[in-house]
Design a protein around this ligand. Structure first.
Ligand SMILES: Cc1cc2nc3c(=O)[nH]c(=O)nc-3n(C[C@H](O)[C@H](O)[C@H](O)COP(=O)(O)OP(=O)(O)OC[C@H]3O[C@@H](n4cnc5c(N)ncnc54)[C@H](O)[C@@H]3O)c2cc1C
Length: 376
């Protein structure tokens, strides 16, 4: 069987690795001229790292382990501490915060020569009962038995399937960066979420002396991204005294800032048609507040491989099974992410919640949103 994968992000590369390992022919088409390695850092939880292990992606020398997530107020007082390492003990797979670039590069290494083509932007897709064909903007074309649209938030494959862009802004934005700032967080295994009425400052160790930092605050479509973003962050958050916010706002530079307005949409039960399906953000764009988008893209790759592993005679039926299996859990996490609950400031509630229940609760929650963890 030959699979055409559109998009060489986490979802597309992971699907390609899994399908190749299952003995299929795979071609990945990426519209950018090289691997897209922007996107600062992100966190992979036990569901994502477990799947990567199955895909033979070695993470041992990458990023930093995360055992605790602490919520603090803007003066630095701890409001809530979540032992996310509880899930690591339960499932046997680590939590790792790492630069997106490093994961993309590692997923792409060892792909057989000719698997990845760059500068190929999918434009037109057609299919008949015997196969699927994609034409690219440069006039080239490819044919296969299955097409996986893993082309992200503005997916051309999803537009072909669903017509139009279903995503809506959630009213929040993230300004983030990955900087060599030496703080307690950079050297430790605890992520911080510092909160106030103005928004949230998130901090994660990302390994090799790098600090993943982000500020979330309310944003309206049409709000202009300022030319001097650090000045704007100092205006909004400069009065916070919680360490290391003051030193972070002194150390980071305008050119390190990336802007990500939050978007989401309702996720239907069926994503594809015939021999075409979706994976990753193309299927379920969600605000990054639950840090699950990339993990869910890996879940898609894993679930897709399960249904295609034994070369099914009825490919469309297998793809609809994959979508049904994934849509329930992806919808659940997308709905929670869409509430922006972790960005909102409820100090009284945070202080009331007993820390001891949060680790086990998080471990159960992770299983609920993971096809991979709930399969064993
Ligand atoms: C600020 C922020 C923080 C985040 N933090 C986390 C986190 O901590 N943990 C987590 O799990 N997730 C996190 N996420 C979400 C995560 O980054 C995404 O969900 C994930 O990267 C999506 O991967 P993907 O492969 O589906 O899409 P993408 O990474 O968008 O890849 C899609 C690829 O398709 C290509 N493409 C697009 N159109 C075409 C076309 N027509 N033809 C060919 N190629 C095309 C693109 O160039 C791109 O390379 C975060 C997101 C943001 C914005």
């Amino acid at each position: 069987m030959k699979a055409l994968v559109i998009g060489a992000g986490i979802g597309g590369l992971a699907a390609a690795r899994g399908l190749l390992a299952a003995g299929h022919d795979v071609e990945v088409f990426e519209k950018a001229p090289t691997l897209r390695t922007s996107g600062a850092a992100f966190t992979l939880w036990s569901n994502g790292t477990g799947i990567l292990k199955e895909l033979a992606v070695d993470l041992d020398d990458l990023g930093a382990g995360v055992d605790y997530l602490e919520q603090r107020d803007s003066n630095g007082r701890v409001m809530l501490s979540i032992h996310v390492g509880h899930a690591v003990r339960r499932y046997g797979h680590p939590n790792i915060s790492l630069p997106r670039r490093r994961l993309i590069e590692r997923l792409a290494t060892e792909l057989p020569e000719g698997t990845l083509s760059f500068g190929r932007s999918a434009a037109t897709i057609t299919q008949d009962p015997g196969g699927v064909r994609v034409e690219f903007e440069d006039g080239e074309a490819a044919t296969g038995d299955v097409l996986v649209g893993a082309d992200g938030h503005h997916s051309a494959v999803r537009t072909h399937l669903w017509g139009g862009d279903p995503t809506e802004p959630s009213g929040w934005t993230t300004w983030q960066g990955l900087s060599p700032v030496d703080t307690e967080v950079t050297r430790g295994r605890t992520g911080l979420m510092i909160q106030g009425p103005e928004g949230l400052c998130g901090l994660m160790p990302a390994g090799a002396g790098l600090l993943q930092w982000w500020f979330d605050f309310r944003w309206k479509p049409g709000d202009v991204e300022p030319a001097a973003p650090i000045q704007e962050l100092r205006r909004r958050f400069g009065h916070w005294t919680a360490p290391p916010v003051p030193e972070l706002l002194t150390a980071v530079k305008d050119e390190e800032v990336e802007f990500f307005p939050h978007y989401g949409h309702r996720i239907p039960r069926t994503w594809g048609k015939g021999r075409i399906t979706l994976a990753g953000d193309a299927a379920h764009t969600m605000p990054p507040t639950q840090a699950q988008g990339a993990n869910q893209a890996l879940e898609d790759a894993w679930a897709l491989v399960q249904v295609l592993r034994n070369k099914p005679a009825d490919v469309p039926e297998a793809l609809r099974r994959y979508e049904r299996a994934r849509s329930k859990r992806a919808s659940l996490i997308a709905r929670v992410a869409g509430t922006e609950i972790t960005d909102k400031y409820f100090p009284a509630i945070s202080r009331l919640v007993p820390n001891a229940i949060m680790g086990p609760a998080y471990t159960r929650w992770l299983r609920q949103i993971s096809n991979y963890l709930s399969s064993s």
